[in-house]
Ligand binder design. Sequence first.
Ligand code: SAM
Length: 267
Amino acid sequence: MSTSPAPGFGRAKKALGQHFLHESAYIDRIIDAVAPRPDDRVVEIGPGQGALTLPLLRRHGALTVIEFDRDLIAPLTHAASTVGALEIIHRDVLEVDFTALAGGGPRLRLVGNLPYNISSPILFHALEHAGAITDMHFMLQKEVVERMAAPPGSKTYGRLSVMLQASCIVVPLFTVPPGAFRPPPKVDSAVVRLAPKPPGETGIDDPARFAAVVRAAFGQRRKTLRNALSGLCDEATISAAGIDPQSRAEQLPVQDFIRLANTPSAA
Ligand code: SAM
């Protein structure tokens, strides 16, 4: 699918999840939600044709952006030249080391109307660098934001909910209709704020084991925990963590997953 390009830019590329924001009311709401302070290091993922980039640059004076589409680099450079100091990193965001990018300076404030086809990998990639990130303001599919913020027992509570809520404060901000984008996506969108907890304050002893337990528990969500976790946590370990081995992952609060993963297991 493609649509008429903004002056100087090419057509939208579906394979790169390009849906460009054009409604200024929503652009303003995102910038107001970010509310950059003078010393903040703001980094935008997927600047596209600059819908968020240029207002952010106007307000903040300096910005780093990460864009994969080579055809957007020259027009973006041109559009920003009289507005502020724009650093463009022409790379796949999944290959960008956010910890190195922060480089011991201020932690990063990430912003992005994300390409929806790779939004979950981007979220998990950012979590691996949680110590280098102050917060993230992301536009995602509304359904993904609902899953991120879902409470235990709800239909949409799953691996994404547990992984994100364990390591971040998740605040859904507002929804955005398809008509705010060109071309319009087929789904509603929503903006969410994620504030990573400092890595030492999550209560998770071993992040790799925690991720493995959560993945296994929801990999077979209809099974009881005793069955879904076989090979990873035996029944005695589940009980020792104060959890009923007959319960199912979708009922288990985030803190219980953390306690379970922290409990030594013979399995
Ligand atoms: N920020 C712009 C806006 O709001 O109009 C564009 C948003 S568009 C939904 C997503 C942007 O992410 C596009 O510019 C696309 O080229 C870029 N993108 C897609 N995959 C990417 C990747 N792996 N790494 C970096 N940027 C990517």
